[in-house]
Design a protein around this ligand. Structure first.
Ligand code: F6P
Length: 533
């Protein structure tokens, strides 16, 4: 492994600064440095990875044992070693293939729960399950992190397929979130989903109580309009939710990987059981591709390797995710949890300090909006930000096809501009044609230089349907897996979120004036005193 990293670093030193454009000279690069899976294409030709670099990256993946780990994950081995759990979100979208874990075929329970979800969603959508004021018009999903980001992203992404009740999301413990969502809703026709794997998350339990109180002001039996999605049946019962309306799942489904199962109930209510089934089929298609395609043609492997090249080898600490698809505007936030909670670690599986940086900082906004905000830095700033473009061939608005064309041309133009840049000679010629001369020509031209040679990838798909969304999300999940295996980290725990939670609990009585600040540092003590005053 170390040899592979060293060889990659040596290769990078040898090619650093070489114009990416020079790699296109023989006319084969565009096809060679792209791969496809069930109608989607991933283009990584606009990076500084050449044939040797790719061979070394593929060797890294092989030596890291990605193939064996992949087999272990799909087979239900306990690869989440710090929590002693299997990692089986893939079973949620492959329920027809029996899978034995700890001597039991887990797909039997998965199918039963899925059938209950389907029946419940169908009843709500058809008006057979009603609120105390009639047909359910609105659904509120109360959850946070993995119990919010995936469903919220997917519900927005699939807007053209909505034919059920309106779906809203409350996540933040900031009361403003609940207040703004509840305003205008009718408690008597609102269904509430309390989505929490653990059913202990303070934000979710606090918001659930707030919404219950809100509902109790007008509805005789609020609990009858509550549904729970959780692994903790004892806690959902204690909250007063009828076991008939509790949809359980196992602890081997990680929170940020959970929207394929009951955590996706809000998606199913919005687009219907058939639309949700298409989403699962898309995920399963990507699973099959990940398991079967050779590494050199394997989208999750390639995305991971390109990411490792940019982050660990080239030293670019962040990656911009730029969907030219307004309905994917929550994708960057979703990926922040998926990637940064999974691979933002500092020790390897055995507890040793990592000898390299872990996962990148992921951020982004939809195009074309980002172009008018932060692209200035991406094009001319001193730091290189590898960009990941996503774009559909077709939109959902045939009447607005001319706008889609504009969208696509902007997307392609940005990756071209990042790679091509504009030289000082070109900028000087442009400014000279406007009549500038001498020192002023030189000064003005320098501001208009684009260094270029900035790497990007493009993931293009036909149209953002439930199936394609399933492909995209499973693609990113598997990319995180491959990256995690190569880095040697546990992608499936998240101990880094615990300390802040503990300290927040301890600060509550301080802010209420029931406890002192003797054990606090000066800054925290002073701030707490200011809030109390
Ligand atoms: O605090 C982090 C976290 O545990 C995430 O991993 C998880 O998705 C989120 O909180 C919500 O957890 P739960 O679904 O148990 O409420």
């Amino acid at each position: 492994m170390n040899q592979s990293w060293d060889a990659l670093k040596d290769h990078h030193a040898a090619v650093e600064g070489r114009p990416i454009l020079d790699l296109f000279t023989d006319g084969t690069r565009a096809a060679d440095f792209s791969a496809t899976a069930d109608g989607m294409i991933f283009d990584y030709a606009k990076t500084n990875i050449d044939t040797r670099g790719r061979a070394l990256l593929l060797q890294l993946a092989e030596r890291a044992g990605v193939a064996d780990k992949r087999t272990a994950m799909f087979a239900g081995a306990k690869i989440n070693e710090t929590e002693g759990r299997a990692v089986l979100h893939t079973a949620l979208r492959n329920m027809d293939t029996p899978l034995t874990v700890d001597g039991q075929d887990v797909t039997i329970a998965l199918r039963a729960t899925h059938a209950r979800m389907q029946a419940f969603a169908a009843d709500v959508r058809a008006g057979r399950f009603t609120g105390q004021g009639g047909q359910i018009t609105d659904v509120i999903n109360i959850g946070i992190g993995g119990s919010d980001l995936g469903p919220a992203m997917a519900v927005l992404a699939l807007a053209p397929f909505h034919d059920g009740p309106r779906v809203h999301f409350i996540s933040n413990v900031d009361g403003a979130h609940a207040a703004d969502i509840l305003r205008g809703l009718n408690p008597a026709t609102t269904l509430v989903i309390v989505a929490s794997k653990t059913f202990t998350t303070i934000e979710t339990m606090t918001n659930a109580e707030t919404v219950r109180v809100w509902m109790a002001q007008t509805v005789a039996n609020p609990a009858a309009q509550f549904v729970a999605v959780s692994t903790a049946a004892d806690k959902t019962a204690a909250f007063g939710i009828d076991p008939e309306r509790v949809f359980g799942f196992e602890d081997w489904v990680g929170g940020r990987y959970s929207m394929w199962g009951p955590i996706g109930l809000s998606i199913m209510l919005a687009v219907g059981p058939d639309g949700f089934a298409d989403f699962l089929r898309g995920g399963a298609a990507m699973d099959a591709h990940f398991r079967e395609a050779p590494f050199a043609q394997n989208l999750p492997v390639l995305l991971a390797l390109v990411g490792l090249w940019h982050n660990q080898i080239c030293g670019h600490a962040t990656r911009a995710v730029l969907p030219y698809d307004q309905r994917l505007s929550r994708l960057p936030a979703y990926l922040q949890q998926l990637e940064m909670e999974s691979n933002g670690k500092r020790v390897s599986m055995d507890g040793a300090d990592l000898p390299y940086h872990s996962g990148p900082v992921v951020w982004g906004e939809p195009g074309t909006n980002g172009q008018h905000a932060f692209y200035q830095l991406i094009h001319q700033g001193t730091r290189v930000v590898p960009c990941e473009f996503l774009v559909a061939k077709r939109g959902h608005e045939p009447d607005l096809a001319h706008q889609h064309l504009l969208l696509v041309s902007n997307c392609l133009a940005q990756s071209e501009a990042l790679m091509r840049g504009r030289s000082l000679a070109e900028a000087t010629a442009i400014m000279a044609s406007k009549g500038l001369t001498g020192a002023e020509l030189d000064r003005q031209a320098r501001h208009r230089v684009f260094p270029g040679n900035r790497p990007s990838t493009t993931l293009a798909y036909d149209q953002l349907t439930p199936f394609v969304l399933g492909q995209i999300i499973a693609l990113y999940e598997h990319r995180v897996f491959v990256e995690g295996v190569i880095l040697g980290v546990n992608s499936y725990d998240q101990w880094g979120v615990e300390l802040g939670k503990e300290l927040a609990l301890a600060l509550q009585p301080v802010l209420e004036g029931r406890a002192g600040t003797d054990d606090k540092d000066g800054s925290t003590a002073r701030l707490a005193a200011w809030f109390r005053s």
